[in-house]
Design a binder for this molecule. Structure first.
Ligand SMILES: [Zn+2]
Length: 429
């Protein structure tokens, strides 16, 4: 279907990096108006297009991750793959948009939702409140052909903080820097089950077994990333022997430090005892159902702060995990707050999911149901609807999104478009 690639080329010619999507938004509105769709826009810039009596709403985000020379994206087609020469391609989620443009040209009863700034924290989806006419939502942002996503994790950040007090260090204490670095790192959702060690936990567990006091402490990169590095400055009465060979110890000759942290014990116990990683596994979907990541340790103006990202595949377990984590840190003297709650899209084989599977099985024999242990727009979008909406996410195969190697399989685009049309057709009588 050359028309879809042509739509994709046209979309790609318009800049749409996250936060800089105004031109793209105008293009979508013009396109929809020309096809006699009614167009609604909300305050953040989500665009909802409606025509006739739709039963299904197609959805994609219209921003993209811009890496490399995205001022002018040069498309290359090679051996059935579409790529960009020196930049991200934006097939995530531009190919989904192209399929929607194509479907808008061929259907009289259709609803299409274009969300804004997905790539920078589901911004559009988290504020979408316009009521849908359809009772089914078909998101086109999945990245593996033939798979049907029916759920995603919810998340909440748990922040523990502790006011630090300092006491003078005796001259006779030995000072050391213990450094964990070059750990692999990864995403705190989709990589949390990959047995990737956390630099913060490696350091924390070592400290639990040492007779030391803390002088300074920091670690991690982002709340939602498995920590790659962590550093502690410690003071010890005796020469220090560290057991973990992944940790690097350096004696500090210069006495730049004069005080130690009075709350050292509580902090070391918290880091040592914190249970990082997968807390419960879903055997049916073969993904984690509950997990937590202690992502960042920071220290600002005498307040030590530990940032944790908690996730669960249903809201009830998410609330329990957050409450347990809160209680854990409070028992050690920390103050705790929760931030940025977003609800889970609980995996469920709904009648709509079965309808999508049936359409998909005409092309893909297996068409398995999947869920992901990270946040997707679907979860946010249906949470804010006044009535129950059944959502499913599918999409063509996109490899290495958000990188210069991003590529999309064109045969999978055609197949996905056919399936989308088949699904729409099942509502025609
Ligand atoms: Zn995407």
């Amino acid at each position: 279907m050359e028309q879809i690639v042509e739509h994709f080329r046209a979309i790609t010619a318009i800049p749409r990096c996250s936060y800089h999507t105004a031109q793209m938004k105008e293009r979508i509105k013009t396109f929809a108006h020309a096809l006699a769709f009614t167009v609604h826009e909300d305050a953040v810039g989500n665009i909802l297009c409606q025509k006739g009596e739709p039963k299904v709403c197609l959805q994609a985000h219209y921003d993209m991750v811009c890496i490399g020379d995205t001022q002018k994206i040069e498309i290359v087609i090679e051996a059935g793959l579409i790529k960009a020469k020196n930049s991200t391609l934006g097939a995530d989620n531009g190919m989904g948009m192209a399929i929607m443009f194509w479907a808008m040209e061929h259907n009289e009863n259709l609803e299409c939702l274009f969300t804004v700034d997905e790539e920078v924290g589901l911004i559009g989806a988290m504020q979408f409140e316009m009521p849908l006419k359809s009772s089914s939502l078909l998101n086109l942002d999945a990245e593996e052909e033939g798979e049907i996503y029916i759920g995603c994790a919810g998340g909440v950040d748990v922040i523990a903080s502790l006011n630090l007090h300092f006491e003078p260090l005796s001259e006779s204490m030995h000072l050391y820097e213990i450094h964990a670095f070059d750990f692999l790192g990864g995403h705190s959702g989709v990589d949390i089950d990959k047995k990737i060690p956390s630099a913060i936990k490696a350091l924390g567990y070592e400290l639990l077994n040492q007779d030391v006091v803390l002088v300074a402490l920091e670690g991690g990169e982002r709340r939602n990333a498995i920590p790659k590095s962590a550093t502690a400055i410690v003071a010890s009465k005796r020469p220090l022997h560290v057991n973990d060979s992944r940790l690097h110890v350096k004696p500090l000759e210069q006495r730049n430090y004069t005080h130690f942290i009075a709350e050292s014990n509580a902090i070391m116990r918290a880091l040592g005892a914190f249970a990082q990683g997968v807390r419960e596994w879903d055997r049916t979907l073969d993904i984690p159902s509950i997990s937590i990541n202690l992502g960042v340790i920071s220290n600002q103006e005498g307040v030590l702060r530990l940032d944790c990202a908690a996730r669960a595949m249903d809201d009830e377990n998410l609330a329990i995990l957050a409450a347990e984590t809160e209680a854990f840190f409070k028992a050690l003297g920390f103050e705790v707050t929760q931030e940025g709650w977003h609800g889970a899209w609980k995996p469920e084989v709904t009648p709509f999911a079965l309808r999508v599977q049936e359409a998909m099985q005409s092309i893909y024999a297996h068409a398995p149901f999947k869920a992901i242990h990270a946040g997707l727009e679907c979860g946010e979008l249906i949470a804010r609807q006044p009535r129950k909406i059944e959502a499913v996410s599918i999409g063509p195969t996109i490899r290495y999104p958000h990188s210069l190697r991003e590529e999309c399989d064109l045969a999978s685009v055609d197949k996905t478009a056919l399936i989308v049309q088949k699904i729409i057709n099942t509502y025609k009588d």
